[in-house]
Design a protein around this ligand. Structure first.
Ligand SMILES: [Zn+2]
Length: 308
């Protein structure tokens, strides 16, 4: 059976594996992400060598490699720009992997890879157009149109987290003010908690920690709830706007913010059903598959070597 080498390059960890054309995932290797480029590349090469060392029975050697990655992938698809947590800014990663392992290599933004995986094999199979939104540290998006990720003219479409929610509002991690990500991105929520609520019971605020503080007997419950209400309104408005603009057949919601704050999912869905005009009664909502198999499938799809 044909296979490709697939990777998921994230700001915290990277994952490498073989993906078969039946979507099975084999020989997964995890590597913690480090911020120094030589150490990062050494870890990547060790992990890929381990994946390729011993092929599972029935699987052919991979003919191509595809990596889903945080950041912007320029139209030529060979490098990564603006991935704040990866030490690869401008580095020709595709050429590097091709040279070391002899595999033609494709890079794809991880939000798009996840959406493609959800569309091919995950929780929204065949739903077209498909809108996937990931509320993580930042806000990721993947839009599938005509069975393929939509990239825009310069492969930079979809930065909805950096559209404006409140002009001159909170400072966004990107340097601008008032963007959605500054209200409902995970980093913004936990930074605001540290600012408004003081130190966390466990040392560092997580979104789940803020939710627990809002619901418990913590004297800061009211302040925590008001912070969450502000974030929820921004998240609901963002998905409402996206649905009005795109009229998707399905919306997949995922990311660490929703893992720590499961109620937000129902709140977003109810808000969209109530506010989008014309109403979107036919739209399906689904949770993302989680883990990173969807990213691996999307990265494998981006190579064009397995599926049409
Ligand atoms: Zn921004």
């Amino acid at each position: 059976m044909r296979s490709v080498l697939a990777g998921d390059l994230g700001g915290t960890k990277c994952r490498y594996a073989l993906v078969g054309e039946d979507f099975t995932v084999h020989r997964v290797q995890h590597v913690a992400t480090v911020r120094e480029r030589p150490a990062f590349l050494a870890g990547l090469e060790r992990a890929i060598a381990a994946v390729l060392a011993d092929l599972p029975p029935g699987l052919d050697a991979p003919q191509a490699a595809g990596f889903g990655t945080a950041g912007v992938v320029p139209p030529a698809g060979g490098s990564i720009l603006q991935a704040p947590n990866l030490p690869l800014d401008g580095f020709p990663l595709a050429a590097h992997v091709q040279q070391r392992f002899g595999l033609p290599t494709t890079l794809v933004n991880d939000g798009r890879a996840s959406a493609w995986g959800e569309f091919l094999r995950g929780h929204a199979v065949g739903r077209d157009p498909l809108l996937c939104l990931f509320f993580g540290t930042g806000i990721g998006i993947g839009l599938i149109v005509g069975g393929k990720p939509y990239g825009g003219a310069a492969n930079a479409a979809g930065e909805i987290g950096h559209t404006t929610y409140r002009p001159d509002g909170h400072a966004c991690p990107c340097g601008a003010r008032g963007h959605f990500e500054a209200y409902c991105g995970g980093r913004a929520i936990t930074e605001r908690a540290a600012q408004d609520l003081g130190s966390a019971p466990t040392g560092q605020w997580t979104v789940g920690g803020v939710v627990a503080a809002a619901g418990g007997t913590d004297p800061r419950a009211r302040a925590a709830q008001s912070l969450l209400d502000e974030a929820a309104l921004a998240a609901c408005t963002l998905v409402e706007n996206a649905c009005t603009l795109l009229n998707p057949a399905a919306v997949v919601l995922g990311g660490g913010v929703l893992d720590g704050w499961p109620d937000l999912r129902a709140r977003i869905e109810a808000h969209v059903r109530r506010h989008v005009r014309p109403p979107v009664s036919a739209v399906a909502f689904a949770p993302s598959l989680g883990g990173s198999d969807a990213i691996l499938w999307g990265a494998a799809a981006a190579t064009g070597a397995l599926w049409p």
